[in-house]
Structures are given as structure tokens and as C-alpha cells.
Design a protein around this ligand. Structure first.
Ligand SMILES: *[C@@H]1O[C@H](CO)[C@@H](O)[C@H](O)[C@H]1NC(C)=O
Ligand SMILES: *[C@@H]1O[C@H](CO)[C@@H](O)[C@H](O)[C@H]1NC(C)=O
Ligand SMILES: *[C@@H]1O[C@H](CO)[C@@H](O)[C@H](O)[C@H]1NC(C)=O
Ligand SMILES: *[C@@H]1O[C@H](CO)[C@@H](O)[C@H](O)[C@H]1NC(C)=O
Ligand SMILES: *[C@@H]1O[C@H](CO)[C@@H](O)[C@H](O)[C@H]1NC(C)=O
Ligand SMILES: *[C@@H]1O[C@H](CO)[C@@H](O)[C@H](O)[C@H]1NC(C)=O
Ligand SMILES: *[C@@H]1O[C@H](CO)[C@@H](O)[C@H](O)[C@H]1NC(C)=O
Length: 172
């Protein structure tokens, strides 16, 4: 394989890694961040990896987001306050392997606007529930602990082009 092909391949692979490593978990999916939704069910339906994002979409003069600790989450208080967001479309990086606790202020936490997510290392996720196959397209039977890949059409395309580049190389 020539230098240029190798460089292209490396570039494509890094693009593919970028696609794989930054899932944006939209809280509540199309229901967004609103009262009377069971966000435990939402959170149980997916796997959160380090460096994923969680995003909250909501009516901004009504709701907001606070990161608190477990005491704050359990009791709908500001205990362990670690951050606050109120843009109506907040992207929060999940950059540590830990359980994050988010609640809404203005009393809406008591109406169910609370969510806890446990974030695991991508290559170390064997103790986490496997991602729901249907959430991630067709890749249902990936190795345990590995994110099903490719998880989106863009990654598939990159993979296809990359294999063409490899295929055109000499001596493979
Ligand atoms: C949300 O769903 C979970 C899992 O089924 C359940 O344990 C929990 O009690 C529910 N919470 C509410 C507020 O209904
Ligand atoms: C996966 O999704 C299906 C619906 O598509 C649901 O019935 C099932 O309970 C989900 N599994 C988990 C582990 O959440
Ligand atoms: C709040 O939640 C914690 C558990 O996280 C519990 O021990 C405590 O009794 C609750 N109540 C208050 C007022 O902190
Ligand atoms: C949460 O923070 C409060 C106040 O900072 C503290 O008293 C409490 O022990 C913390 N709870 C947990 C579970 O760490
Ligand atoms: C919200 O966060 C900002 C920093 O991002 C901080 O200055 C402000 O005091 C916080 N407000 C509350 C109510 O915690
Ligand atoms: C895997 O998880 C363990 C704890 O569960 C942690 O100590 C270790 O550093 C993790 N390894 C990697 C590569 O993340
Ligand atoms: C779990 O994910 C599947 C596939 O995306 C979806 O059909 C289902 O509604 C989800 N369940 C919950 C409770 O969010």
C-alpha cells in the first residue's frame, strides 16, 4: 500500500472513530424533557459511554437542568449541585465513568423530571446492559462491551470506502 493510500486510510479510520465515539443521547427522545415521563425507562434503553453527550431539549422559560448528586436526585433538592443549564437545548458531555444525576428545577423534579445515567468505558462495558439492538440499527450481535459498529450510515460509508482503499493497495 502506498503512502497516500495509507494516509487516506488513517484519515478515514479517524473519521469513523469520531462517528463511533460520540453518541448524542437526547433525553426522552422525541418526547424531550417534560413532566410525567419515566426517564428511568428511557435511560435503561441505552448504554452511555465515556465521551458521549446527553442533551436536553425543552421549553426554556419553563424548565431547566441541574446536575446534582444522588441525594439531590432522590429528594429533588439541590444537594451536590455540580452544574446548571437553561438554554433549552443543552449538550452536556459525559466525560467520566460514573453515574450522573440530572433534575429540573421549579418543582418539576417532583413531576418526574429527573434522570440518572450510568456512564461506562467503551472498551470496558461488559458489566453494562448491552445496547438495545433496535436502538442501534441492524448491528445486534456485536461482541460484548463493544459498541455495535457501524452504528450509522455515515460510518458504513466510511468503512466501505476504507475497504476499497485497502483493496486497491498492493500486496493485500
Ligand atoms: C419508572 O419505571 C421504572 C422501571 O420500570 C420503575 O421502577 C419506576 O417505578 C418508574 N417510575 C415511576 C415514577 O413511575
Ligand atoms: C428493547 O426494545 C424493545 C422494543 O423495541 C423492548 O421491547 C425491549 O424491552 C427493549 N430491551 C431493553 C433491554 O430495554
Ligand atoms: C434523601 O435521599 C437520601 C438517599 O440518597 C436519603 O438517605 C435521605 O434520607 C433523603 N432525605 C433527605 C431529607 O435528605
Ligand atoms: C450530596 O451533597 C450533599 C451536600 O453537598 C451531601 O451532604 C451529601 O452527602 C451528598 N450525597 C451523596 C450521595 O454524595
Ligand atoms: C449556574 O452555573 C453558573 C456557572 O456555569 C454559576 O455561575 C451559577 O452560580 C449557577 N447558578 C446556580 C443557581 O447554581
Ligand atoms: C475498567 O473498569 C475498572 C473498574 O470497573 C477500572 O478500574 C479500569 O480502569 C477500567 N479499564 C479501562 C481500560 O477503562
Ligand atoms: C427503546 O428503544 C426502542 C428502539 O429505539 C424504541 O422503539 C422504544 O420505544 C424504546 N423504549 C423506551 C421505553 O424508550
Amino acid at each position: 500500500m502506498g503512502f497516500r493510500q495509507l494516509r487516506l486510510l488513517l484519515l478515514l479510520l479517524s473519521v469513523a472513530v469520531a462517528f463511533v465515539s460520540a453518541t448524542d443521547h437526547i433525553v426522552g427522545g422525541h418526547l424531550g424533557w417534560n413532566p410525567n415521563i419515566n426517564y428511568t425507562l428511557w435511560a435503561n434503553n441505552q448504554t452511555f459511554y465515556v465521551n458521549d453527550l446527553i442533551s436536553f431539549r425543552y421549553q426554556k422559560n419553563m424548565y431547566n437542568v441541574f446536575e446534582v448528586n444522588k441525594t439531590g436526585y432522590d429528594n429533588c433538592t439541590m444537594d451536590g449541585l455540580a452544574g446548571n443549564w437553561s438554554s433549552g437545548k443543552d449538550f452536556i458531555p459525559l466525560d467520566q465513568a460514573k453515574t450522573y444525576y440530572f433534575i429540573c428545577g421549579n418543582g418539576f423534579c417532583f413531576s418526574g423530571m429527573k434522570v440518572s445515567v450510568t456512564v461506562v468505558h467503551l472498551l470496558n462495558a461488559s458489566s453494562a446492559a448491552p445496547p438495545n439492538a433496535s436502538t442501534h440499527g441492524a448491528a445486534g450481535s456485536a461482541a460484548p462491551g463493544l459498541r455495535p459498529w457501524p452504528s450509522n450510515p455515515a460510518a458504513l460509508l466510511v468503512a466501505a470506502v476504507a475497504s476499497m482503499v485497502i483493496g486497491s493497495g498492493v500486496g493485500i
